[in-house]
Every structure is written in C-alpha cells, then in structure tokens.
Design a protein around this ligand. Structure first.
Ligand code: NDP
Ligand code: MG
Length: 382
C-alpha cells in the first residue's frame, strides 16, 4: 500500500487523483493532503479517507477544533511541514503555479517519489530538480498527459530516438487569427475544446503558454536536446504524444482525453497496464488526424528555446509574468494579447544569473510579479 500526500486536493487534478485512489483502495492510502481556499473540501476528504495531516492556505481555528485528531498546517511553509510530517511514500503535486516549486524540492530532498502535475516546478526550477535527482534524492514521475505518454513510449524503447513529438489541441482560439485575439474575453478563453481543467491552465492552453511549458518540461524530464522536441496538432486530444525513432517509425499513446489515465500511470509509477501503438508509417495512421504545428500563428512556443538555452532565471521570469498576466486577464484588467506582451517584456528585462538557488528564484518571482502589477496599473509602459 502506497502512502500518498496529495497537494492541491481540491483542484481539477487533485479531485481526479482522489478518484484514482477511490478506485484502487488496496494500492493507495491518503496520509496527508492540502487545499488552498476551498476549505469546504476538507471535511469531505477527511470523512472519506481519514488522513491525519492536512494543510490549508489560511489559518482556520474551526477546522482545528472540529478535528482534534488531525494535525493542521497553514500557508506556504505548511505545505513543506506537511510533506515532512505525514510519512508518505509519494507526494502528488497538483498545486497550480510557482507555489508548487518549493514542495517539489522538499519532496525530493526527503527522498519521496514525486508525481508531478505542477508544470511550473520544472519551468522555474528544472535545474534544481534535476540536480536533486542526479544526487540520488527521490524519484520524479510526470502526470502531464503528454509527458506520461512519452514516458510510456520511452519505457518500451528508449534507444534510437529521433524526436519527441508533443501533441497540441490548439486550445480555445486555434481557429482565430492573431488580429481576432484582440477582443476575446475570459469566458471565451475558458472554453477548452477537449479537456476540462483548472482556470489557469485553460488560459495557458488558449495562449499556447501551456505547450511552451510542456517543451521545457520534456527537456528537463527526458534529457533530449531542444532540437529533438517538436509539436504537432491533434485537434481531438486523442493522441497524447509520440516518440519518433531513427528508422522513421513511431510509438504513441492514444485514448480519450481523461486525466485519470496519466494520473493512475504516475501513481503506479508505470506498474499498471497500458497500451502503446507502434506505427511503421505515420501516413497510415488514420485513427486521428495529426497536423504540422503552426509556429507563426503561435510564436510564444519559440520562447521555450530561449528558456532552455539561457537557463538561470528565465523560466522563473516567464512563469511569474504569465501567472500575474493570466490573473489580470481573468479579472478583465488587461486584454488577452497583453499576456504575451507582458511575458516578452519581463523575460527581456530580467537580469539573468546561472545556477540560481531556490531563494534567488523566489526573489526573481516576487520582483517580476511587482513589475506586472505596475504594468497592469499603467505605471510601467511596455
Ligand atoms: P486547479 O486550479 O484546479 O487546482 C489547483 C490546486 O492548487 C487547488 O487545490 C488549489 O486550492 C491549490 N492552490 C492554488 N494556489 C495555492 C496556494 N497559494 N497555496 C496552496 N494551495 C494552492 O488546477 P489544476 O488541477 O488544473 O492544475 C494543477 C497543476 O497541474 C497545474 O500546474 C497545471 O498546469 C497542471 N496540469 C493540469 C491539468 C488538468 O487537466 N487540470 C493537466 C496537466 C497538467 P483551492 O482551489 O482550494 O484554492
Ligand atoms: Mg498537457
């Protein structure tokens, strides 16, 4: 029985991770979990899974009183204390945003298996995470569907790899021109064609920041060169990614879009049944349509190359600018197209350093957020 600490249990991935646990009660037990603001979820989860350690974003005396046998932690530091206290085997990190980086580090430092949905961890701290893994701390398994797919294919064959091909649905605005993007609303952007997800990643999918993140994630997870990582459209999100081999053949993972599949794969660390399709000639693959990615329509994805080449604080600057811009867009303070402009401005103006510590990354994160607040208020011009 694997003892699980689930961070972000009230979110989209968190809820689906709980579904996986309900389906496999013999394999998993929940020893600790966290929620952010949705405290109403705490009772529901305690009543169903009886964990003894819980972290909530804001201090909550009522919960402490209501559950005297449960140890409560609060705030960002509480997430780290929870991981250390709950004696888990695996940390499932389903937090959204930069807040997820430190708990990922703490999980590995404490030699836990880290099942990672929080892609901001690798975007902002990929070097730190890989250093911990290289030094023999813990283990990392991806939850993001594309990376779980790649990981499955690579488990079957990891030699003679030519390319990793990450599939993209195109998000809510694939059919719009760049000019048409000027007037789109948060409501429009939140209508993802194929996946049902949290608000932030749904906006990231519409802006293609999500695919930019996924290239960076793949780079740190699998250790291939940037030039070996490609994007391809699959509008139905039926093909979850492909590995192309030197002889022109492919392996791919297909199936209806349901995050419980990659979550289960990650929680079982690959020790569960799954099917991978082998294709000798990609032209013969008719089940689902695969199309060349449009790098001109979605130029933001090219930022992945800069983040990978320049390293240091670039990923942290990119992520912080994006997070704040996305929330400003959701609050209707800026236009959708401003998200991209804010990102470029912040990445262009960050003074980069190599091999930053967590504290230096955090400092960069805070300062970029301040800059974006000023941009949104009109105190700094792009
Ligand atoms: P949600 O917004 O649905 O959930 C995020 C979770 O994080 C919630 O439990 C939320 O708590 C918690 N949280 C947010 N901010 C804080 C904070 N400051 N302190 C403590 N807890 C916090 O996001 P998703 O589940 O959609 O995404 C989670 C991660 O997984 C993201 O990095 C996303 O990019 C990635 N991902 C998501 C996919 C999906 O299908 N949803 C697919 C692949 C990757 P609360 O709601 O209680 O405030
Ligand atoms: Mg994905």
């Amino acid at each position: 029985m694997k003892r699980i600490c689930l961070l972000g249990a009230s979110g989209s991935i968190g809820t689906q991770a709980l579904d996986v646990m309900k389906k496999h009660p013999v394999d998993f037990s929940l020893v600790g979990f966290s929620v952010g603001n949705r405290v109403e979820k705490v009772s529901e989860i305690i009543n169903e899974f009886s964990p003894k350690f819980v972290c909530v974003k804001k201090e909550n005396k009522e919960l402490v009183k209501q559950y005297p046998n449960v140890t409560f932690y609060f705030g960002d530091e509480g997430l780290n204390e929870l991981i250390k206290a709950c004696d888990c085997d695996m940390v499932v990190n389903a937090l959204v945003g930069f807040v997820g980086l430190k708990p990922s580090i703490v999980a590995l430092e404490n030699n836990k298996v880290l099942a990672l949905a929080n892609k901001e961890t690798l975007v902002t701290g990929g070097e730190l995470i890989n250093k911990l893994l290289k030094d023999g701390h813990g283990k990392l398994v991806p939850i993001d569907s594309e990376h779980a797919a790649l990981s499955k294919c690579l488990l079957i064959q990891s030699d003679n790899v030519d390319k990793l091909v990450i599939t993209a649905s195109g998000g809510a605005f694939r059919k719009l021109s760049r000019e048409q993007l000027e007037s789109v609303t948060p409501e429009d952007a939140l209508k993802h064609p194929t996946w049902s997800m949290g608000n932030k990643i749904t906006i990231d999918s519409a802006s293609m920041v999500n695919k930019t993140f996924e290239i960076i994630e793949a780079y740190y997870l699998f250790g291939y060169k940037y030039e070996q990582i490609e994007l391809m459209f699959n509008y139905e999100s039926f093909v979850h990614s492909l590995v192309k081999y030197n002889d022109g053949s492919y392996r791919l993972d297909e199936g209806k879009p349901d995050m419980r599949v990659p979550i289960k794969y990650a929680m079982f660390e690959g020790a569960c049944e799954y099917d991978i399709v082998y294709i000798q000639h990609i032209e013969d693959y008719k089940k689902s349509s695969l199309y060349d990615f449009d790098y001109e329509r979605f130029p933001i994805v090219n930022l992945a190359k800069r983040v990978i080449d320049e390293k240091g604080l670039l990923g942290a600057a990119f992520n912080a600018a994006n997070e704040e811009a996305v929330y400003a867009f959701l609050d209707k303070k800026i236009k959708f197209t401003d998200i991209e402009k804010i990102i470029y401005f912040c990445v262009d103006n960050v003074s980069n350093i190599q091999n930053p510590s967590y504290e230096e990354i955090k400092k960069c994160d805070v300062s970029i957020r301040e800059t974006v607040h000023k941009i949104v208020k009109g105190e700094v011009n792009l």
